[in-house]
Ligand binder design. Structure first.
Ligand SMILES: O=C(O)CCC(=O)C(=O)O
Length: 258
């Protein structure tokens, strides 16, 4: 699956699955030497806390340390600006193996947003917070809410180490404001959300597997309960005719055409 764009075009069944569920897993999509290189760089950059990084204390998620000086407060949660960090990340993010499926999902002229995600997400076993149910589009500003993120597992991702959880089909649903909290997280204390929350599906990945997911898909993640750090690379894409809105954070960094 990793030698050229034609070989990575989605089958009709895969495309329909993405349209229906709002996400799709493609196994073994990343070339092995590139995956190994990205993991090696990520481990070194986390060990050195090489800037720009986001710390656990910065996310303010449930279970996060209350300040940088609290125990675990300087645990790296995200290595930001992945494409500028090492050529391996840019090679992966602009790879033809991604261009083909993304064009099927989004249309012609795929561009990589450097403003959103574009990071290595890490989950430390000692200090890892919980990410509640959210859709990424809530803080992004584009002409249309049509973006797809590509989540690459650099190592094994299981429920136990805090893999991504998704609510299949939620990308196609609309939500009354009362079903969301003030930060637009899906409320789990509301009866009307119960049926949807029962759809929770753990996206378990092996090294090199990729999850494509729509920017309107509700997703969440738990603690890392193992004794090894989890590393995932995440990038976000849109079609060339779906522009980031001028003056917003989404337009602050140039996009990269694939
Ligand atoms: O905690 C996680 O791994 C999930 C992160 C996430 O969903 C996000 O940053 O949008």
């Amino acid at each position: 699956m990793s030698t050229g764009s034609e070989s990575t075009r989605l089958s009709a069944a895969q495309f329909q699955q993405f349209e229906r569920d709002g996400y799709l897993v493609v196994r073994g999509l990343a070339p092995e030497p590139l995956r190994a290189r990205m993991l090696e760089v990520a481990q070194a950059h986390v060990a050195a806390a090489l800037p720009p990084v986001e710390y656990e204390a910065d996310v303010r998620y449930p279970g996060a340390p209350s300040s940088h000086d609290a125990p675990g407060g300087r645990t790296v949660r995200r290595l930001l600006q992945a494409c500028a960090r090492d050529p391996a990340y840019r090679e992966w993010a602009t790879s033809p193996v991604l261009a083909a499926p993304l064009a099927q999902m989004l249309g012609a002229g795929i561009e990589l947003s450097q403003a959103h995600h574009n990071c290595v997400m890490t989950k430390d076993p000692r200090y890892s917070s919980v990410t509640n149910w959210h859709r990424d589009i809530r803080y992004w500003s584009f002409e249309r809410p049509e973006l797809v993120s590509v989540w690459l597992a650099l190592g094994r991702e299981r429920y136990e180490n805090g893999c991504l959880l998704v609510l299949p089909g939620s990308h196609a649903m609309d939500f009354a404001p009362s079903l969301l909290d003030s930060a637009q997280f899906l409320r789990s204390d509301v009866e009307a959300n119960r049926e949807l929350l029962a759809r929770e599906t753990a996206v378990e990945l092996d090294p090199g597997d990729v999850l494509f997911f729509h920017c309107r898909l509700f997703h969440a993640a738990g603690h890392n309960q193992t004794d090894e750090t989890k590393f995932s690379v995440v990038h976000t894409y849109h079609a060339a005719d779906n522009r980031p809105l001028d003056g917003t954070r989404s337009a602050a960094v140039p996009d990269i055409p694939l």
